[in-house]
Design a protein around this ligand. Structure first.
Ligand SMILES: Cc1ncc(COP(=O)(O)O)c(C=O)c1O
Length: 453
């Protein structure tokens, strides 16, 4: 029997150890929000404690082109790292966008189209999200506009070409088109938060245009649950046991997608879940060095403040190849689960991530995105000597969230020994989070060196 495409998404909301802290709506948000409201179904998916959500037929049809995605035991990788336990790879790079982002882009484009929107606008870091949205808009007959982090677009010009091939209009961010970009001297760095901020502002000032986001929203993470649901079935077919599930974290969507169905299943059946390990970049270490506090999701701050692990939305994150991980905060559902101890985390350097990417390339003939390299590096540690007090005893499941064909410049630097790594200093982090309101019950927000409770 082969595993079938799931027909429902699975939500972890009914299974949280504590309810998520409510958002804080800034008074200034009145009249300054996005131009078109979020489609009702996306709102419902973000707040209702319903576990299973039927995937609309047109979205399923689109999924059928590339799902179920492959899962295999990576024995070549295991040998190369000297693994003590099996390592299973779930690969999301085999679609036109090159990553998992298409799983939610298709769903969102479908719901926005149903709501009568004509154009979707977004911000993208690495470009995978922008490409995914461009593809989904092409499929569902919507216009698409993408603000892409300038340093990333310069490194990966072919991302821009691909999005244009799909019919999208691309702006490098800071773009000069928005007022939020003009304010970047006030501490808003050249980052994903700014690109998103530009998209939010653009949408709020144009008719029939909606801002759309691919990562940290609870509904995006719900749409990504197809990854974990499929993986559960595929592991069962292989008779594979895992006690650790790993994904790279930008805001948390591929990690949430692969990991949260394991949490939901364990809570539903009263069994012990695997350890869910978020692998983040040491340049944006919100889950390992951040605070649990209310912060902005983008540089405009026009939306509500959300409870998240954050290094501060105004912190200018150093440039790095894994642009998709250069985000200051973790999704509120991932952050809430980190706060209650249901999610673990480890930070990975750029060098470690690309080294792990090279190992997967040589030993499995799969070239992963640098972002996915973070998950692979963490998985390699967990399957060998361990990381941050965690060591796998049964097996590790790792999400390879995307391919790295448009990231070869990063791998070229690795091969030429030209990579640099820049982790934020304690003082810079303290400055960036000073003034944020702590979130969560019990102890105040854990401080930088301390980690979560
Ligand atoms: C290939 C890939 N992996 C991971 C990420 C991180 O995002 P998320 O945490 O939403 O999965 C990105 C974001 O752009 C990405 O492109």
């Amino acid at each position: 029997m082969t595993v079938e495409l799931p027909t429902s998404w699975r939500s972890a909301l009914p299974h949280l150890s504590e309810p998520m802290p409510p958002d804080l709506t800034p008074e200034t948000a009145a009249g300054n929000g996005v131009g078109v409201n979020l489609p009702m179904e996306l709102v419902r998916q973000s707040v209702l404690e319903r576990e299973f959500w039927k995937i609309p037929e047109p979205v399923l049809d689109a999924y059928r082109q590339f799902r179920p995605t492959p899962l295999w035991r990576a024995t070549g990788f295991e040998r190369a790292i000297g693994a003590r336990v099996p390592v299973y790879v779930k690969y999301e790079g085999g679609n036109i966008s090159g990553s998992h982002k298409l799983n939610t882009a298709l769903a969102q484009a479908y719901y926005y189209k149903q709501a009568g929107v004509k154009e979707l606008v977004t911000g993208t870091g690495a470009g995978q999200w922008g490409t995914a949205l461009a593809a989904a808009c092409a499929l569902f007959g919507l216009r698409c506009r993408v603000f892409m982090v300038d340093s990333s677009l310069r490194r990966k010009p072919y991302r821009g070409v691909l999005m244009r091939m799909l019919g999208a209009e691309i702006h490098s961010s800071p773009s000069g088109l928005t007022s939020v970009a003009d304010r970047r001297g006030e501490g808003i760095g050249n980052s994903l938060a700014l690109a998103i901020g530009e998209a939010v502002e653009y949408a709020s000032t144009h008719d029939g245009v909606a801002f759309c986001i691919g990562s940290g929203e609870t509904y995006s993470i719900l749409h990504q649950s197809v990854i974990g649901i499929e993986a559960q079935g595929q592991l069962a077919e292989l008779d594979g046991q895992v006690d650790m599930v790993v994904g790279a974290v930008g805001a948390g969507s591929n990690f949430g997608g692969i990991a949260l169905p394991f949490h939901a299943e364990a809570r539903s059946t009263g069994t012990r879940p695997p350890t869910l390990v978020a692998a983040e970049s040491s340049t944006a270490p919100k889950l390992t060095r951040g605070v649990y506090a209310y912060d902005k999701t983008d540089a405009t701050g026009s939306g509500p403040l959300e409870a998240m692990y954050t290094i501060g939305s105004d912190y200018p994150i150093p440039d790095a190849h894994s642009a998709g991980l250069r985000f200051h905060g973790a999704a509120k559902i991932i952050s809430a689960m980190r706060h209650t101890g249901d999610v673990a985390a480890t930070a990975v350097t750029q060098q470690e991530a690309l080294d792990a990417g090279r190992l997967l390339t040589r030993n499995e003939c799969v070239l992963p995105a640098p972002e996915s390299g973070h998950a692979l590096a963490a998985a390699a540690k967990l399957a060998t000597s361990g990381a941050d007090g965690m060591r796998a005893e049964q097996g590790v499941l790792v999400c390879v969230s995307g391919h790295g064909y448009l990231d070869l410049a990063a791998y070229e630097q690795l091969l030429n020994d030209e990579l640099g790594d820049e982790a934020p200093s304690e003082q810079a982090l303290l400055r960036a989070v000073s003034g944020l309101t702590p979130a969560g019950t019990g102890a105040p927000a854990p401080l930088l060196a301390g980690g979560p409770r």
